[in-house]
Write a protein that binds this ligand. Structure first.
Ligand code: ATP
Ligand code: MG
Length: 157
């Protein structure tokens, strides 16, 4: 299993001014944000993104909700993770917020099965496909930072 996954902070969370708090929970759980953008889904984007659910009774609510306001898409990496996709799904909690565990993002921010705050990929394969749906390769970035010179050389004047 891999060390990457993909997430969307959904329109309810963006509109509710919770982007920062959700990203903080993600970082505190040990994930690095290696790609990030605020954008909108068109109806055709939303239908493509959630094509596996086409025909399900909730599909109309799903695309209406996902196109109702801006979203924040991100690619996440957890170094040393056995299975970043599964670990991140633990952090977001169950689809139905009434069933989401204490301490999860959905427990804290989701209002209903539709307005459930955040999306997470459900397999390594889907994580790669979903990341590529939003980000070209060059926008997925190794964010670890090292000073280009030793500190005493950088600070000397
Ligand atoms: P997401 O894919 O958004 O991360 P999920 O993986 O927990 O959520 P899925 O089964 O993939 O859940 O369903 C995708 C989305 O469709 C859910 O987030 C939810 O908003 C909506 N959905 C799924 N099942 C239902 C349902 N029974 N009633 C209403 N909405 C539903
Ligand atoms: Mg899903």
């Amino acid at each position: 299993m891999g060390q990457r996954t993909f997430t969307i902070i959904k329109p309810d969370s963006v509109g509710g001014n919770h982007i920062g708090e959700i990203l903080t929970m993600i970082e505190k759980a040990g994930f690095r944000i290696i790609a990030l953008k605020m954008t909108y889904l068109s109806r055709s984007d939303a239908e493509k993104f959630y094509y596996v659910h086409k025909g399900r009774p909730f599909f109309r609510n799903l695309y209406l909700f996902m196109t109702s306001g801006p979203i924040v898409a991100a690619v996440l990496e957890k170094e040393g993770a056995q299975d970043a996709v599964a670990e991140f799904r633990e952090l977001i909690g169950k689809t139905n917020p009434e069933l989401a565990a204490e301490g999860t993002i959905r427990k804290k921010f989701a209002a209903s099965k539709t307005r459930n705050a955040i999306h997470a990929s459900d397999s390594d394969e889907n994580a790669a496909w979903e990341a590529a749906f939003f980000f070209p390769d060059k926008e997925i970035i190794d964010t670890k930072y090292e000073l280009p010179l030793p500190e005493d050389e950088i600070d000397s004047d």
